[in-house]
Unconditional design. Structure first.
Length: 619
């Protein structure tokens, strides 16, 4: 297939019309948008820069049977589809390829990649056309420099592609293409009225809560003032150390103190409301998303932006200031995302996929047997935790509420303790009601439940220990002290990298044993883009299992696309959605569930399962 490299150069204004201040979608669909020109590298090595729009449309129309190569194809791809109605046969993109092979800990901008590979730097003179100029408004020398710089960017992209492509597993090219098309060929529409209702509800909820408490938004946002409000409510605020080792209040939404006190059930209602109000005032995520999606809906369909290999474990992450992977379940935003007229959303979710892989690889056969027989996976450990039988209740069961609550405990322990959760985490998770109705327990009970999980899952505990024993050898490979590769479980360790079953790398750069203020006895540390992260057996296993689950999901996507022609419209961790016509929906659901339940070739005996649905809306 012919590979054509292209790079659009577009109008922008450094103050108010720039990708530095706007989302990709809003920038490309803005009324001010204009193409200054497009640089090309043709499959035979010729370069060109086309600025005449009539000529450009004719050139772009020829790309339907080509593979188009870009750096950050989300941008160029949306321009191509939205403004020129062109959809190439395949997308290639050096940005996600670099994320996969170089790791999430480094910047993969075109300039940084050029430096990494010893290539000449970018040369487009952005400073000379950053006031919103159109092509005909540029001086001839600027036009010449822009043309030359654009073609140089195509040259860089091609050279980088040639260095990366031989190392990318072939199947990943289709996954990259699918990720790009979720954004450039969107399938969802937005319910503007529904999104407006979400925005209004969030605004009114915050105002009502502030009025009820008799405080202002400024008082809640001030750390010292908020601490005083909590003390008056009878709660002493917790402290934590910041990056400089200074004591600060633990008032972030990710702090256990705030997670606990913003839970649903507390004797001290005032403290709960204060914490909920602070989080609500400081976080406008639902309101902002509803507004952003509402405006997006007015411009067209809703492009789903996901970052390929955005997470360390090679899973996708959200992007373009709309994280499609963590919309509130059952919330108004999900209900406001719908298929176009005459179509429906077919959705499937892999059931307990991480738990299944963890117990399968660890050799925890009793848990795997329960999964294989279709038994409830949570009631056994729930019964042990409460000392009496816990079962999954039917609709008219008089003990329905009690059993659902206690089964939720079993679900929490089975799903969340597999990576080494401690007593404090168990207490806080139970109070939040993450896995069912909230449960109030003391630390002694949390400790007992931790020990219960570990006593009933000895193979999992041993798996943590065996995983941690691999870390010294992995570090020795990175330092050059050990050049031998070795395999453990489903993973191969070579060159200081963990290799997954499909040939994708999982990286722990600059892995070393070191002491720190918070780990005075020493711990394993590795470099991330945001600093240094700590690693131990349970955390390492969590990374490995999530990476394995991602490989299973990507290979499922691959089969669905190659064998059935279904393209993902959205991926949400272990969930998948595709959009089909109504008449094909039942068959599509059957096909999707068949593939979701199919064991991967590298773990054929694992009993996988999935649930699915057909709906006009994403909720």
């Amino acid at each position: 297939m012919k590979i054509v490299t292209l790079d659009f150069e577009t109008r922008f204004h450094r103050r108010d019309y720039t990708l530095k201040k706007m989302t990709t979608e809003s920038y490309v669909r803005d009324p001010r948008f204009a193409v200054l020109g497009c640089a090309f590298r043709w499959h035979d090595g010729r370069y060109a820069f086309v600025s005449d729009m009539q000529t450009l449309r004719g050139v772009l129309a020829q790309l339907g049977d080509c593979a188009v190569l870009c750096h950050h194809a989300h941008i160029d791809g949306l321009i191509l589809s939205h403004h020129f109605r062109v959809k190439p046969h395949a997308w290639l993109d050096t940005l996600p390829m670099a994320k996969l092979l170089l790791g999430a800990h480094v910047s993969v901008s075109l300039d940084n990649l050029a430096s990494h590979f010893g290539l000449a730097a970018k040369s487009v003179p952005y400073e000379y056309f950053n006031e919103g100029q159109l092509w005909h408004e540029l001086q001839p020398d600027v036009q010449g420099a822009l043309s030359t710089g654009g073609m140089h960017d195509c040259s860089l992209t091609w050279d980088i592609f040639c260095k990366l492509a031989p190392r990318v597993p072939k199947e990943e090219f289709i996954i990259i293409d699918s990720t790009i098309r979720m954004f450039t060929e969107p399938e969802f529409e937005g319910d503007v009225e529904g999104l407006a209702a979400v925005w209004t509800f969030e605004r009114d909820k915050k105002a009502s809560l502030l009025q009820r408490l008799g405080v202002t938004a400024a008082e809640l946002q001030s750390g010292n003032t908020f601490a005083d409000l909590l003390r008056r409510a009878g709660v002493e605020p917790e402290m934590k150390a910041n990056a400089k080792g200074e004591a600060i209040y633990a008032f972030a939404k990710t702090d256990e103190f705030m997670k606990f006190w913003s839970g649903e059930e507390h004797d001290n209602e005032l403290a709960r409301l204060l914490c909920e109000a602070r989080l609500g005032v400081r976080s406008t995520i639902d309101q902002t998303r509803a507004e952003r999606l509402g405006w997006m809906s007015r411009r067209g369909r809703l492009p789903v932006y996901l970052n390929y290999c955005g997470a360390h474990t090679t899973r996708w992450s959200g992007g373009d200031k709309v994280n499609w992977q963590n919309f509130k379940r059952g919330g108004g935003i999900r209900r406001s995302v719908r298929a176009a007229a005459g179509k429906v959303i077919v959705k499937a979710d892999k059931s307990q996929v991480e738990c299944r892989f963890l117990n399968m690889l660890a050799g925890q056969t009793d848990v795997i047997e329960r999964f294989a027989k279709g038994d409830d996976p949570y009631t056994a450990i729930a019964s042990a935790a409460y000392g009496h039988e816990v079962y999954k209740p039917k609709k008219d069961d008089p003990r329905k509420e009690e059993m659902e609550t206690k089964r939720g405990t079993g679900k929490q322990l089975e799903l969340s303790c597999g990576y080494g959760a401690g007593a404090d985490t168990i207490v806080a998770t139970a109070a939040r009601g993450t896995y069912g109705p909230p449960v109030r327990i003391d630390r002694a009970t949390g400790l007992a439940w931790r020990d219960l999980y570990r006593a009933t899952h000895p193979a999992v505990i041993n798996y943590w220990k065996n995983a941690e024993s691999c870390l010294p050898r992995l570090a020795a490979q990175q330092s050059g002290e050990d050049t031998r590769g070795f395999s453990w479980s489903l993973f191969h360790f070579e060159g200081g990298i963990v290799w997954l079953p499909n040939g994708c790398p999982l990286m722990y750069p600059r892995l070393q044993w070191a002491t720190s203020k918070y780990k005075p006895n020493g711990a394993w540390h590795y470099a991330t883009r945001y600093g240094v992260a700590t690693l131990w057996g349970g955390a390492f296993v969590e990374n490995l299992i999530q990476a394995i689950a991602r490989v299973d999901m990507s290979q499922t996507i691959l089969r669905l696309r190659q064998n059935y022609g279904y393209r993902p419209a959205l991926l949400e961790h272990d969930a998948y959605a595709t959009v089909v016509t109504i008449d094909k929906s039942e068959q599509a659901l059957q096909d999707v569930l068949t593939e979701f339940r199919r064991p991967p070739s590298w773990c054929q005996s694992i009993p996988l399962d999935a649930e699915g649905s057909i709906s006009e809306r994403y909720s």
